[in-house]
Ligand binder design. Structure first.
Ligand SMILES: Nc1ncnc2c1ncn2[C@@H]1O[C@H](COP(=O)(O)OP(=O)(O)OP(=O)(O)O)[C@@H](O)[C@H]1O
Ligand SMILES: [Mg+2]
Length: 265
């Protein structure tokens, strides 16, 4: 199983759309994918996909049900663990709650090829925690200077505080592929100059495309409803690139989970 996180410094840069569509692309290639909506502030992958979860992580934390009970199988094959608004950060749970949740995560991720965390914007403890549990981290930015500065701030914090050295950069809402590469090069230069050993891999760019907003309004992944759109072509390329990248194995979910709690609490 490959465990991936998707985060950004700035909000609204396209994390949730990437996660949903990447899950679909992976599923189409035969890789079973599970999404955890770990944006505990404003959960919205369920809205994006038109799902109506009756229960969410809150009910798991209160002991009313298990993670397995709240798992939603989408019409696209991949599965989603819904979060909820206003729930406490997972990093604030007591040790026995953390262990119970870890066991449940292990149970639901059996048979899964890709486990993807859709994180909130910013640098909360929760964002840092799931970035550490993940073996591979995708940071998203757009070409806007504010989004680029915030992406750099996130990469810097992950490195300085938690020695995270491998990050994939994805540039969303670009005019063309050239703009994506230029944004990557700009950030990579600053990273190299000030953070030295951090390896920043360019995962690719997604063009700005009105089909994304149209698909969001239909509550369906753009790759499903507009497979020929430019953004869908870009997404497929990104999926292929991801499949070519071989992660360095850093232990399974169990080891990562415990280490990450030690590091963030
Ligand atoms: N490639 C794109 N082209 C055009 N619009 C896009 C593209 N990607 C995302 N968007 C638009 O940006 C908006 C925000 O996307 P999304 O909800 O995926 O961002 P997010 O990073 O998950 O936000 P948040 O930080 O609130 O979780 C969406 O409403 C979508 O319409
Ligand atoms: Mg989101």
């Amino acid at each position: 199983m490959r465990i991936l996180s998707v985060s950004s410094g700035k909000g609204g840069v396209g994390k949730t759309n990437l996660v949903a569509n990447l899950a679909l692309a992976l599923e189409k290639k035969g890789y079973h994918t599970l999404i955890f909506d770990a944006d505990l502030g404003l959960a919205n992958i369920d809205v994006l996909l038109g799902l109506a979860p009756e229960r969410d992580i809150r009910h798991v934390l209160s002991g009313e049900c298990t993670l397995k009970d709240i798992l939603i199988k989408t019409p696209y094959g991949f599965e989603v663990i819904p979060a909820s608004s206003g729930v406490v950060e997972l990093t604030r749970l007591d040790p026995s709650e953390k262990m119970a949740l870890k066991d449940q995560f292990e149970e639901v991720s059996r048979g899964v090829d890709f486990f993807i965390f859709d994180l909130g914007a910013g640098i909360s403890d929760n964002v840092l925690f799931f970035n550490l549990v993940a073996q591979e981290r995708i940071v998203i930015t757009t070409p806007e200077p504010t989004a680029m500065a915030d992406a750099y701030a996130l990469i810097k914090l992950l490195f300085l505080r938690h020695q995270v050295k491998r990050v994939y950069l994805l540039v969303n809402m670009v005019k063309d592929e050239r703009e994506g590469k230029a944004v990557y090069q700009q950030i990579a230069q600053v990273v190299e100059r000030f953070l030295g050993p951090v390896g920043l891999t360019y995962l690719g760019a997604l063009r700005s495309d009105p089909c994304v907003a149209k698909a969001v309004r239909r509550q369906e992944p753009f790759l499903e409803v507009y497979p020929e759109a430019s953004v869908s072509q870009d997404l497929s390329r990104i999926c292929e690139k991801l499949l070519r990248l071989k992660p360095k194995s850093e232990g399974g979910l169990e080891a990562l989970w415990s280490q990450s709690f030690r590091a963030t609490s």
